[in-house]
Design a protein around this ligand. Structure first.
Ligand code: A2P
Length: 424
């Protein structure tokens, strides 16, 4: 007897197939963005994989735009009632082959995987809603390259520099690491990231997953017209509860010597990209190593300024424990005040009150609002997860103190690709 639908009609082959939302374990860099973004907790993970629970996922698409690699954007046709279980997905090293459907005549037809499903509109001027930031880049951003190198074909880069950018006697060991790609093309834009495989295996013998790092240099290289890029990496020595647990990849990277080689995949990211028109203004808000993309954008603008291709304003809010623990403090202070408006929020500077970036945004609210009112202005937030809420509240109160409505301003910034948030 053939299957029938509720209407009593024989089931067509399409009614026996459903699309299951799955994460490609070969492309996923385990950055946790999808799990954080999912509004209904359909995404979870174990030490091996990030997975989607087919019994919860409603295909709302909220997780798709923020995923830096596109690993989340996989939709496999499976037989209705036979989705891949969480246990299946936890064990995968790669996506499974598509299920075969028995045909009416006993033959088998292969269901086709439908990757790259279009993002649905949220109703906000056609822009998907994905949390605080925008899911599209500013209109003048350059076209990024993504996923050129994947788990299956990583590229080898050579370390050409590893310098500490915080004072030697401080607890914060933050490194500026320069990687050279030789003759292998590795085109990047400011705001993009790469991921690096630490060598070795975990306790169950599996190779460590790649870890993601923002690029700290502009598109034409740490050294102009060289095929290299830089990263800003903090040596992690404790877990989130403060127990001594050295970070696997950060310690590997911070200990690298000149001429060592690393395995790299990427580049990733297609929204946290800077505007490129000469009148563009950029407000940058960061803490610690969240300064990496801000350094990349600032340096791009500085090089453009020399070529008279940048005429906008840069405003930076940068939080660190102390001045000596603020990465790149010296070079930052050498930048001319008429090029970049620098606001340092130091939280543990002896003899000074504790200040966070959001405190300084409030203090500078008139100037912040003047820039926000200008459609040439884009805002970038990068750093500790904890600052995100505080920064949004500070932007809200700044807007309110100038008589504006943050809800309207926020929606417009998001819809125009002018507010970008990357916190961890
Ligand atoms: P704190 O001294 O309170 O830890 P880190 O060095 O750990 O990467 O932190 C960088 C800076 O970010 C520090 O000054 C830290 O202050 C600050 N910070 C911590 N939590 C927040 C928050 N919720 N909002 C803004 N800044 C924060």
């Amino acid at each position: 007897m053939s299957a029938s639908t509720d209407s009593g009609q024989p089931a067509s082959s399409s009614t026996r197939i459903m699309k299951q939302h799955l994460i490609d374990p070969e492309v996923c860099i385990r950055c946790n963005t999808c799990e954080e973004t999912c509004p209904i907790d359909a995404i979870t993970h174990d030490s091996n994989n990030y997975v989607v629970d087919a019994t919860i996922c409603n295909h709302c698409m909220a997780c798709v735009p923020p995923c830096p690699t596109g690993a989340i954007d996989n939709w496999l046709n499976v037989l209705t009632g036979r989705p891949h279980t969480l246990e299946d997905q936890f064990s995968w090293e790669e996506l499974p082959p598509v299920q075969e459907e028995p045909g009416m005549d006993g033959s088998v037809s292969v269901a086709v995987a439908a990757a790259g499903v279009l993002v649905e509109d949220s109703g906000l001027d056609g822009v998907p809603s994905t949390g605080a930031g925008s899911s599209i880049p500013p209109w003048s951003a350059a076209q990024p390259q993504v996923n050129l190198y994947t788990h299956k074909n990583p590229v080898t880069a050579t370390v050409v520099g590893n310098y500490r950018v915080t004072d030697e006697d401080t607890e914060s060991d933050i490194r500026h690491i320069v990687l050279d790609f030789g003759a292998v093309p590795f085109p990047v834009l400011e705001g993009q990231s790469i991921a690096i495989f630490p060598p070795g295996t975990d306790s169950s013998g599996r190779a460590f997953h790649a870890r993601q790092y923002s690029i700290a240099s502009p598109r034409d290289g740490e050294r102009p017209r060289y095929n290299n890029l830089s990263l800003t990496v903090k040596r992690v020595m404790t877990d989130s509860e403060g127990n001594v647990v050295p970070g696997i990849c950060s310690n590997y990277l911070c200990d690298l010597k000149k001429n060592d080689t690393v395995q790299v995949i990427g580049p990733f990211g297609s929204t946290f990209l800077m505007p490129n028109h000469p009148e563009a203004n950029i407000i940058m808000i960061c803490t610690g190593t969240g300064s990496a993309p801000m350094r990349a954008m600032t340096e791009r603008c500085r090089r453009q300024l020399k070529e008279k291709a940048f005429n906008g304003k840069l405003m930076l809010f940068f939080g660190a424990r102390t001045q000596r623990e603020l990465p790149y403090f010296g070079p930052l202070m050498n930048l001319p005040a008429d090029f970049i408006d620098i606001n340092l929020a130091l939280s543990r500077e002896p003899g000074q009150p504790k200040r966070y970036v959001q405190d300084l945004i409030r203090e500078r609210s008139a100037d912040v609002v003047r820039l926000l009112d200008n459609e040439n202005t884009s805002v970038y937030v990068c750093g500790l997860k904890g600052m995100e809420e505080g920064v949004l509240q500070a932007l809200e109160s700044a807007t309110g103190s100038a008589g504006g409505q943050w809800a309207e301003v926020h929606a417009k910034l998001k819809a125009q690709g002018r507010l970008h948030v990357e916190t961890y």
